[in-house]
Design a protein around this ligand. Structure first.
Ligand code: TYM
Length: 436
């Protein structure tokens, strides 16, 4: 936080001086806590002012309308302020040095599969947070995707709320992006059907994720929804006219399919959809974080053991232990042993990539500073612990307020539906359905 200026506590209508002073102190504390949200990196020159209730209104104004100014007021939501749910705070304004957002639109999604891991964070979520200031951003918890594999209905609804809580804890801000649950916007399922009637069995059968998961004779038992899942993902993206889709490297093929489906549709039925592009981190930038125990496979919930995964809520001691036990290789330590060579030294390269993605820099250059695996592991563990600490604190606070999180999701669904319904209508008309 570059500067914090309290301009008018005594002018708050109805406040005594003492109350105002107390509120100003709370706000300073809030500003300090928000340092993680408004870092110099994401918002150079961020400033916080206490404004006047009368001027900025009570309640909070939406900041996503291409405005560089975000305003909040009395009863600003507690996930913003870090104060108790109904704490009254004076109005404040967060002014970022950034000017208007780009006119491009971004969409991405994550499955509600319990606690996200560091791969999800580095490959996708941190970009989501970054992109919310640069683009018109839509993010969803894709609960319909979770139905493609067997699961417990009670677990699913809880996991959906948990994932939304994690997304807010990572730094998504409902003032700067639209956060919603996929099944709350019925247009996703409806557009999926239209797209399925234009996709072929052959192109879906070529999806490597389906082939991998059914390679050992599971094809017969695989759910139809699991086979058709990439079409649902295409519908998610196309409904919002997304130009960019921030994802990890494992989603590259699904993005290609989305582009193919959109291009085919536009050729057959006329211009309907925007052709999206995948926004994937460059090599070495966290686009494919590997399992610490099995570094030739990506870090994934579906791996047999948790030992190779760092979860976002892992305790510092657990992170240290997992990284310490990470597989490296049999080369003796010494000059040149720590080098960026994803094929020849996948374990060491994964640790270098983790460090680069967490602290900045290029893995090959970072490698030059190390001769021992032990020091590399210690630094990678520390970087993970330091990155996750504020996120874990925020998660624990937000988890106390499920009603606030649900309110964010409800507002997000309304905003998302406004866009999705227009696109669906356009697609229905293009394909020849009789208007209602
Ligand atoms: P999901 O839920 O498996 O993962 C969410 C995001 O995390 C990324 N990711 C990783 N990145 C780097 N290293 C890893 N080890 C790693 N593991 C996961 C994923 O690439 C993803 O970006 N089909 C999607 C969800 C989805 C979606 C969408 C994404 C549904 N609709 C529309 C974008 C746009 C999935 O299963 O992601």
């Amino acid at each position: 936080m570059a500067a914090f200026a309290c301009t008018c506590p005594n002018e708050q209508a109805g406040c005594t001086t003492a109350e105002c002073d107390q509120a100003a102190q709370q706000l300073r504390a809030w500003a300090a806590r928000c340092a993680g949200f408004f870092t110099q990196e994401t918002n150079p020159g961020a400033r916080v002012h206490i404004g006047r209730g009368g001027r900025f209104g009570h309640g909070y104004r939406r900041g996503r309308a291409r405005s560089p100014v975000v305003t909040a007021g009395y009863n600003a939501p507690s996930y913003w302020t870090g104060l108790a749910p109904r704490a009254r705070v004076p109005c404040f304004v967060v002014t970022t040095a950034k000017t208007a957002k780009s006119t491009k639109t971004v969409l991405s999604g994550i499955q509600p599969t319990g606690e996200p891991h560091l791969g999800n964070y580095l490959g996708a979520l941190r970009w989501w947070v970054d992109f919310q200031d640069r683009y018109d951003a839509f993010y969803c918890v894709v609960d319909l995707h979770a139905l493609t594999v067997p699961g417990d209905p009670e677990v699913l609804s809880k996991a959906t709320l948990t994932m939304a809580t994690f997304l807010l804890a990572c730094g998504l801000d409902p003032e700067r992006c639209t956060l919603f649950v996929q099944s709350h916007v019925h247009e996703h399922a409806e557009l999926t059907w239209l797209l399925e009637c234009s996709a072929s069995m052959g192109e879906l059968a070529r999806m490597t994720q389906f082939k991998d998961k059914t390679s050992k004779g599971g094809e017969e038992a695989a759910r139809l929804g699991f086979f058709a899942y990439p079409v649902l993902m295409a519908a998610d993206i196309l409904l919002y006219n997304a130009d960019l889709v921030p994802v990890g490297d494992d989603q590259r093929q699904h993005l290609e399919l989305t582009r193919d489906l959109a291009q085919r549709w536009n050729t057959r039925y006329g211009e309907t959809f925007t052709i999206p592009e995948a926004a994937i981190a460059p090599a070495g930038g966290g686009a494919r974080i590997m399992d610490l125990q099995d570094p030739v496979h990506k870090m994934s919930k579906s791996s047999g053991s948790d030992a190779g995964l760092i979860f976002l809520l892992d305790d510092p001691k657990v992170i240290e232990r997992k990284v310490k036990r990470a597989v490296t290789d049999l080369d003796p330590p010494g000059p040149g042993a720590v080098r960026w060579d994803p094929k020849g030294k996948p374990g060491v390269s994964n640790l270098l990539e983790l460090l680069a993605a967490l602290k900045g820099g290029k893995p090959a250059e970072i490698a030059a500073g190390y001769e021992s695996y032990g020091r590399l592991k210690a630094d990678a563990a520390e970087a993970a612990i330091e990155t996750l600490r504020p996120l874990q604190d925020r998660y624990r606070e937000l988890a106390q307020e499920p009603a606030s999180v649900r309110a964010v999701l409800a507002e997000g669904a309304v905003r998302a539906s406004e866009v999705a319904s227009r696109t669906l209508e356009r697609a229905q008309a293009a394909i020849g359905l009789l208007p209602f």
